[in-house]
Design a protein around this ligand. Structure first.
Ligand code: ADP
Ligand code: MG
Length: 362
């Protein structure tokens, strides 16, 4: 237990200013050993700057970085023993796969016999054991990125830092490598700090996600927790898709409240509301049921008219106009759909009071 605490990474009140702009603005988080933690945020939100500060390539303007009790804020990068993988593979084109992977060991003066054994192990880890003699240009993009990964793992780093490593790959390959990265993480038990702007990537791989916006962490937690309980419009919108209904609280008790919007009244689970206050409600598209008949078993029911739809194979996404509320998006399983795909046809939308959530306006 003590040994594990000694490996915990602490980022405390990290600030990085470029002139008058704070690229990172008071960021704090903790990463326990062996976790897969993702920094997720739009472009320019400060993700790379946080990662580069951890790696030691960016000098923080303020704040501290610690491993256990050890302050590493000003330690040079080569003394940190952290592996890094970037978006570009940055492999040496004239070196073979094995030579590329051996490079960090050569820099560290590891003897040749040891090097061969460790290179083989690292290549096996990323399932490239048979391709050691190839040159990078003889590999696919996914394979090149796996070489980069092996090169980052070969010196047995304490921590692996990954900055959008899959974003140059096409969609299918990216999904495959997401599985592989996750499996690799489970196998090696190494701490991963992963940076991405891709919410699917963050949701599918991480133990924990910290969502960054304008240099600040706006919310962090497990993927399921963040998806089900976003606290703000920004998080509800950035992580997954959301519909928003802006209402006014009409009645409230300890367990829930009724809010009005465009002549409709909807029920919402959750206490602490004030009558007369504005309430912003977020509803995931898959939590709205679409039906032809008015459903009797839901707290909230409202009629609408189909504006348009998109077919995604497994499901259909409807845009449905609700008088007084606006357009709502609802995802409907395609394989059991009886909804006619016809613009302007009338349908019912329904959801329960705990299918939606009250969020803060940004
Ligand atoms: P992300 O990785 O989330 O896209 P970055 O950490 O790269 O974001 O950048 C955060 C902000 O800091 C951006 O506004 C960016 O323009 C600015 N920034 C990053 N690096 C520098 C730099 N070396 N000089 C000036 N501004 C920078
Ligand atoms: Mg970046």
């Amino acid at each position: 237990m003590l040994a594990d605490n000694a490996k915990t990474l602490h980022i405390r009140n990290l600030v990085k200013r470029y002139g008058s702009v704070a690229a990172v603005d008071d960021v704090s988080f903790t990463v326990e050993r062996g976790r897969f933690v993702t920094l997720l945020g739009p472009s320019g939100s400060g993700k790379t700057t946080v990662l580069m500060s951890i790696a030691g390539f960016v000098e923080p303007s303020a704040g501290r970085i610690l491993i256990g009790e050890r302050d590493i804020t000003h330690l040079p990068p080569e003394k940190r023993n952290f592996g890094m993988v970037f978006q570009g593979y940055a492999l040496f084109p004239h070196l073979t796969v094995s030579e590329n992977v051996a490079f960090p060991l050569r820099v560290r003066g590891i003897p040749a016999t040891d090097t061969a054994r460790r290179v083989k192990r690292a290549l096996d880890m990323v399932q490239l054991g048979a391709l050691g003699e190839r040159l990078p240009r003889q590999l696919s993009g996914g394979q090149q990125q796996r070489v980069a990964l092996a090169r980052a793992l070969v010196f047995e780093p304490e921590l692996l830092l990954l900055d959008e490593p899959l974003s140059a790959l096409d969609k299918k390959l990216r999904a495959e490598l997401q599985w592989e990265l996750k499996a690799l993480h489970q196998r090696v038990g190494l701490t991963f700090i992963y940076v991405t702007h891709d919410q699917d990537e963050a949701l599918s791989m991480s133990d924990e996600i910290a969502i960054l916006r304008d240099g600040r962490i706006v919310q962090s937690g497990g993927p399921g927790d963040l998806y089900d309980r976003p606290r703000s419009r920004f998080v509800a919108d950035f992580l997954g898709k959301s519909n928003f209904i802006a209402g006014v609280v009409e009645h409230a008790d300890g367990a829930g409240f009724v809010y009005a919007c465009g002549g409709h009244r909807f029920g919402q689970v959750g206490g602490g509301e004030t009558v007369g206050a504005a309430a912003l409600i977020a509803i995931r598209p898959e939590k709205i049921r679409v039906s032809q008949e008015s459903p009797g078993d839901r707290t909230n029911r409202v009629p609408g008219r189909i504006v348009t739809w998109s077919f995604f194979g497994a499901d259909i996404q409807f845009r449905i106009r609700v008088e007084g509320v606006g357009e709502l998006v609802a995802t409907h399983p395609a394989w059991k759909s009886a909804i006619p795909l016809q613009a302007d046809s009338r349908v019912w939308l329904s959801w329960d009071g705990d299918d939606s959530i009250r969020v803060a306006e940004d």
